[in-house]
Design a protein around this ligand. Structure first.
Ligand code: 18C
Length: 258
């Protein structure tokens, strides 16, 4: 850029996200890149040991049995294809605090701790207690972003939400009755459009969304492995079915948002 006095200054790059000056930004950036790259890999490509543990129509859920210091931390990877909704819509309802109680059945209480920007929020959540373990809570940042799709730069692209545990002095871990869990979650959504043959406008009949949901939750403290794995097996399919049905229902009479 050339100033009035003739000095040449480098053009300021467009801000990537309104959150990019925040202290958490480097971690958010790195985590999003890493999680999206992992989510894009098929279960065959990202190492051995993935076992299918739940299947329902297009939905498939895999897990890898893993332990860390004696705690079950099984990574989960789910894929699903849902008709009639876009990747943006799924990410919007997953990210936005105002809908969370509608679909998150394990939730007891949610607090927005910090709104860093329109696309980046820090949450504190308390989840329902499972007998005989202690109740769990989580503090995590959540970031929503559009990604450029290598195959289809003109298309609706890819949207993702990444959630990752963080520490906050005002919300110390294990201070009250809750044990703090540590989570890394990625929801990656790709909209697929079937252009209508008559050349007419695209309707909800013509769209579908390919979903990949990856999650690793460290329970943070003692929890019986058998109970924990049973909770996994029940709660993850329940979550993905309920959440996608919720988004279909919320959007069915609304204009399509890409
Ligand atoms: O990704 C999801 N939701 C997001 C928005 O809420 C966000 C939250 C993740 C929650 C992480 C799990 C927190 C602990 C939950 C305790 C279990 C409660 C079950 C209550 C049943 C009545 O990313 C969707 C998340 C879908 C949740 C699936 C359940 C995950 C189970 C993980 C278990 C780890 C701790 C277990 C504690 C003791 C168990 C004996």
């Amino acid at each position: 850029e050339k100033l009035m006095n003739g000095t040449i200054v480098p053009a300021t790059p467009e801000p990537l996200s309104p959150a990019c000056s925040h202290r958490l930004w480097p971690e958010i950036e790195n985590t999003v890149m890493e999680q999206v790259a992992m989510a894009k890999l098929g279960v065959g490509e990202c190492g051995a040991g993935w076992q299918l543990f739940a299947e329902d129509g297009e939905m498939k859920m895999y897990r890898r049995e893993e332990e860390m210091n004696g705690l079950v931390v099984d990574p989960l990877k789910a894929v699903h294809v849902v008709k009639g909704i876009t990747g943006y819509e799924l990410c919007h309802y997953f990210f936005s605090p105002q809908y969370r109680y509608d679909w998150e059945t394990t939730l007891e209480h949610m607090v927005v701790v910090e709104t860093i920007s329109e696309d980046t929020i820090v949450f504190q959540q308390t989840h329902k207690r499972i007998w005989p373990a202690s109740q769990r809570d989580a503090v995590f940042w959540s970031h929503m972003r559009k990604l450029s799709d290598d195959q289809d730069t003109e298309g609706p692209g890819l949207w993702a939400v990444v959630n990752k545990s963080t520490e906050l002095p005002n919300y110390p871990a294990n201070a009250g009755k809750c044990v703090r869990v540590y989570l890394t979650v990625c929801l990656l959504c790709q909209t697929l459009v079937n252009p209508p043959k008559n050349g007419g406008p695209v309707t909800r009949e013509d769209i579908s969304c390919k979903i990949t949901y990856c999650s690793v939750v460290n329970p943070g403290g003692w929890a019986p492995a058998s109970v924990l794995r049973a909770v996994y097996k029940r709660e993850y399919p329940k979550f993905l079915k309920r959440f996608t049905a919720y988004v279909i229902n919320q959007t069915k009479d609304k204009p399509i948002t890409f």
